[in-house]
Ligand binder design. Structure first.
Ligand SMILES: Nc1ncnc2c1ncn2[C@@H]1O[C@H](COP(=O)(O)OP(=O)(O)O)[C@@H](O)[C@H]1O
Ligand SMILES: [Mg+2]
Length: 304
């Protein structure tokens, strides 16, 4: 097969590993910086160019879209979709997963356990809403934050108000904020599971190394392998399915009332899961591509 990995970071661990394993399995692989791609939209002729050259003949794409370039990146993914090229993550699913509010709305409809969450722009009536979530401390998060940036723990009403005011200083529609129940049983800990083709292939418990309530590895959290219970595995699988992502990273917290899903990542890193479990996860991704790209009904591709 001819596979394109859409990544602006050819030197990233995950990108390198995916390329390596795809080549090991006999595929032709190009790593394409999607920031250098353009899309030409004409009647019945969706074209993607990379620095002027028309990209053609791909059987599959593996998008690794950075959250800072979600709109641009997903537009390029969509253009490949228009050509009927198989993608490991649809543009729609990537967009959904990047908005924490939209994601938990979808998960809640699918019956996935999530922390109690309130979405509001009004600072004056938050008191009752926070009471309804169990009072303080409360989590305040930006709907589009990543790597633990944009997640704040407010201990008091005063703190909550000033954090919300600071976040809403830009009075636009793009900065949305969630108030969330603080899952204290799991403070400083969460479990990242990698899902491939609806199956959990690795689960890593991340623990913050200091007294930070955030366990992201970018915030200095470290990881160790963990076994999920049946209930937890089902919750993770359900979350991935609700988001429409066959390959993703699902973040979960263990709470007194069972597993609660925090978010689903469409470009989850393979680094910690591979290094911590010693499993060849990149190869599983490529196997998934092999099994599914062929099933994809192909429209005649431009020039292919
Ligand atoms: N409701 C919550 N209760 C307790 N800890 C939380 C809660 N939400 C997030 N955290 C902690 O903060 C980290 C980052 O939050 P998350 O929603 O995953 O945002 P990000 O996209 O920035 O990773 C989580 O991994 C978890 O450790
Ligand atoms: Mg997270």
């Amino acid at each position: 097969m001819k596979i394109a990995i859409l990544s602006n970071g050819p030197g990233n661990y995950s990108t390198k590993r995916l390329k390596e394993e795809a080549e090991n399995r006999g595929h032709e692989v190009d790593v394409i910086k999607y920031k250098n791609c353009s899309a030409a939209i004409e009647q019945s002729n969706p074209v993607v160019r990379h620095k002027g050259d028309i990209l053609r003949g791909y059987d599959a794409i593996i998008p690794r879209i950075a959250s800072s370039m979600t709109r641009y990146g997903t537009a390029i993914v969509r253009q490949f979709e228009m050509q009927g090229v198989y993608t490991t993550a649809s543009s729609l699913a990537i967009v959904r997963s990047r908005d924490k509010l939209r994601a938990i709305q979808l998960m809640s409809r699918a019956g996935v356990g999530i922390p109690k969450t309130v979405f509001t722009r009004s600072i004056n009536d938050i008191e009752e809403q926070i009471d309804g979530m169990g009072g303080y401390p409360v989590i305040i998060k930006l709907a589009r934050g990543t790597h633990g940036n944009g997640v704040v723990l407010a201990e008091t009403k005063k703190a909550a108000k000033s954090v919300m005011q600071a976040f809403y200083v830009m009075d636009d529609d793009g900065t949305n904020i969630l108030l969330q129940e603080f899952v204290k049983e799991s403070a400083g800990q969460d479990i990242r599971s990698l899902v491939i083709g609806g199956k959990v292939v690795a689960s890593i418990k991340r623990q913050s190394l200091d007294d930070d309530f955030r366990s992201n590895t970018h915030q200095g959290g470290e990881g160790s392998p963990v076994r999920l219970t049946d209930e937890e595995r089902k919750a993770v699988q359900k979350a991935a399915k609700a988001m429409g992502l066959s390959i993703c990273g699902v973040d979960m917290m263990r709470s007194d009332r069972g597993p609660l899903i925090l978010e689903v990542n469409s470009s989850a890193s393979l680094k910690t899961p591979e290094l911590v479990t010693g499993r060849n996860i990149a190869s599983k991704v490529i196997e998934h591509v092999e099994q599914n790209a062929k099933k994809q009904p192909r429209r005649d591709r431009i020039g292919a």
